[in-house]
Design a protein around this ligand. Structure first.
Ligand code: NDP
Length: 252
């Protein structure tokens, strides 16, 4: 069980849907105060209302992780409402596959700015909070959601895969900086998961290919990934699960 989440303050980016929303719900159900960060205010408000109705504590903070000022404002708002954060989950992400030869520099920028730079802006805005928790010998966690795409040579996913490989490597090296401060860094690499991630694909055949994968194998659910995150952050403070790869059983 996850009974030592009470009293913790969690930041979850990408909380408007999918893994971020499921993670926020699960952490809140076990007593954590959760700040919900994403761009769609209506989604965040709905989720905050659900969590509150279930007896939890949630704060919706409309945030664009690609904009450092937006992330800094969110951090200030969380601090004044809940105090410092001791658990940060970077789940915000976008996946926009296309051949590199399509020259979609607009998509490259969105993926790099969200999946890599966005995570960095969030880390920067909350690192002092995490370090303060670590220094006080309280559990402190940074969880980054990368992807099995960091390792696969999936055709037409070159830029997405590159942002995820960068996030995986960032997590690994950042751990050597944060670990001595008492802050655990965990990188999670899920495989196919049923979420809204594919809804933004504008390449018709690649959207159909992803639909075909979902039709062929039972994907993970957002709740499966949330469960792993809750498990990871409730281990004794000396235990750092550094890297988790989780795939649907039928995904090769
Ligand atoms: P979703 O699309 O459901 O969730 C992504 C979330 O990111 C949304 O809530 C979205 O909310 C938010 N987001 C996107 N851009 C921004 C931004 N600029 N600022 C703030 N929030 C933003 O998909 P998933 O739950 O699947 O994605 C979660 C993570 O898991 C992503 O990093 C994804 O790459 C990764 N992943 C997903 C897999 C899958 O098969 N689904 C497999 C492996 C990894 P809003 O639009 O309101 O901002």
């Amino acid at each position: 069980s996850y009974d030592n989440l009470a009293g913790r303050t969690a930041i979850v980016t990408g909380a408007a849907s999918g893994m971020g929303a499921a993670t926020a719900r699960l952490l809140a159900a076990h007593g954590a105060r959760v700040a919900l960060l994403a761009r769609r205010t209506d989604r965040l408000d709905d989720l905050a209302a659900k969590i509150t109705a279930d007896g939890g504590q949630a704060l919706a903070v409309t945030t664009d992780v690609t904009a450092p000022a937006s992330v800094r404002a969110a951090a200030a708002r969380v601090r004044e409402t809940f105090g410092g954060a001791d658990l940060v989950v970077n789940a915000a992400g976008v996946m926009l596959p296309n051949p590199v030869a399509a020259g979609r520099s607009d998509e490259w920028a969105r993926m790099i700015d969200t999946n890599l730079s966005g995570a960095l802006h969030v880390i920067d805005a909350f690192r002092a909070d995490l370090a303060a928790a670590g220094a006080a010998h309280r559990p402190a966690d940074l969880v980054n959601i990368s992807s099995i795409g960091a390792h696969l040579s999936f055709p037409d996913y070159a830029v997405y895969g590159a942002t995820k490989a960068a996030l995986t490597h960032l997590s690994e090296i950042l751990r050597t900086e944060f670990g001595p401060l008492g802050v655990r860094v965990t990188n999670i690499e899920p495989g196919l998961t049923g979420t809204e991630l594919g809804d933004h694909i504008d390449n018709v055949s690649l959207a159909a290919q992803l639909d075909g994968m979902h039709a062929a194998i039972p994907a993970l659910t957002s709740e499966d990934v949330a469960d792993l995150i809750a498990f990871t952050v409730t281990r004794p403070a000396r235990v750092n699960l550094r890297q988790l790869i989780v795939l649907p059983t039928a995904q090769s």
